[in-house]
Write a protein that binds this ligand. Structure first.
Ligand SMILES: [Zn+2]
Length: 317
């Protein structure tokens, strides 16, 4: 299944091909797991198809699927962390070999892993490309792309998947539907949480350590920080869990129980709502978000968690 955003990308290229208005270079930007590579698979078919529609069954489409089409070059990172300049030089040589079709499609996966040297090497061919070349760079993080490259490519940003699309690829029973909210429109994130047997334990740790603060002494802050640090790899998920839980607490405070997403945690929501004003719940949500931001800036994790829990404890006592 292609989501609406993937379909939009394919349609864009279809109409650009039909009207001969293709640009020479594009970046498809979205966070990891949103389906950029899947969209690129469809683009390959579109360019290789003998019928020009990406039928998926003709000789051209089949050779693209096998990675054997000479007019389609696709660079993958594989198990490397960054691209080596040798691979980019090799790629550029291939770009200058005339295609058999009207276009040569060059797809570079994980373009955020092209360092400055690779990007500068590519820049020359993107600036003055052979007339048939079409570059499509797939990128998780636009801040890793040089401004000189960005200014010469058309950026297509994929929006999050719709809830109904997530429900279609990963149906969940009512006790797990909160995962749709935590996934934030990212299908890979949703599937990984849904299939991770540990995730419900991670979630319990996040919620219980917070709820535990209400009954604990001041030392409860240390217990909470320790519990989170034991699951260091999952702190980002735990912060998201806590933010969602707090928004449910607000719903309970406002008597909107039917809209609570963490339905299995209604009892905990009620306990917290009984002790916390809506204003205080919002303040704590703000602390959770600022802890996420500190994590994104690679600040010291223990310090960020300790700060967050200390301030939470001050608010609730
Ligand atoms: Zn075809």
């Amino acid at each position: 299944m292609l989501c609406k955003e993937q379909q939009k990308i394919v349609s864009h290229f279809k109409s650009a091909l039909a009207s001969d208005t293709l640009r020479h270079a594009y970046i498809i930007s979205a966070s990891s797991g949103m389906g950029k590579k899947r969209a690129a698979d469809e683009l390959q078919l579109l360019f290789a198809c003998n019928k020009g529609v990406g039928c998926g069954v003709c000789e051209g489409c089949n050779s693209a699927k096998l990675g054997a089409h000479t007019d389609i070059i696709r660079l993958s990172l594989g198990d490397k962390k960054v691209y080596e300049i040798g691979r980019i030089r090799e790629l550029i040589k291939k770009v200058y070999q005339k295609p058999t079709l009207a276009h040569k499609l060059i797809i570079i996966e994980d373009a955020h892993c092209l360092g400055a040297i690779c990007q500068n090497a590519l820049l020359k061919v993107i600036e003055e490309p052979p007339p048939y070349a079409v570059f499509v760079l797939l990128c998780d993080n636009l801040s890793a792309i040089l401004p000189t490259v960005l200014s010469r490519v058309m950026t297509i940003t994929m929006q999050p998947w719709k809830r109904s699309e997530l429900e279609e690829i990963c149906p969940l029973d009512s006790s797990k539907r909160y995962l749709y909210d935590l996934a934030e429109g990212n299908p890979a994130l949703l599937l990984s949480m849904a299939n991770d047997g540990e995730f419900s334990k991670i979630r319990d740790t996040a919620i219980n350590s917070f709820v535990g603060l209400f009954a604990s002494s001041a030392y409860g802050v240390y217990d909470a920080v320790d519990a989170w640090l034991e699951r260091k790899e999952s702190v980002k998920d735990m912060l998201n869990v806590l933010a969602l839980f707090l928004s449910d607490v607000l719903l309970v405070s406002l008597d909107c129980n039917d809209h609570v997403r963490c339905a299995d945690k209604l009892k905990e929501c009620r306990t917290v709502a009984a002790h916390l004003s809506p204003k205080a719940a919002l303040e704590i949500t703000q602390l959770v978000l600022s802890c996420s931001q500190r994590m994104a800036r690679n600040e010291n994790l223990s310090m960020a968690l300790f700060d967050m829990f200390m301030k939470i404890k001050e608010i609730i006592t």
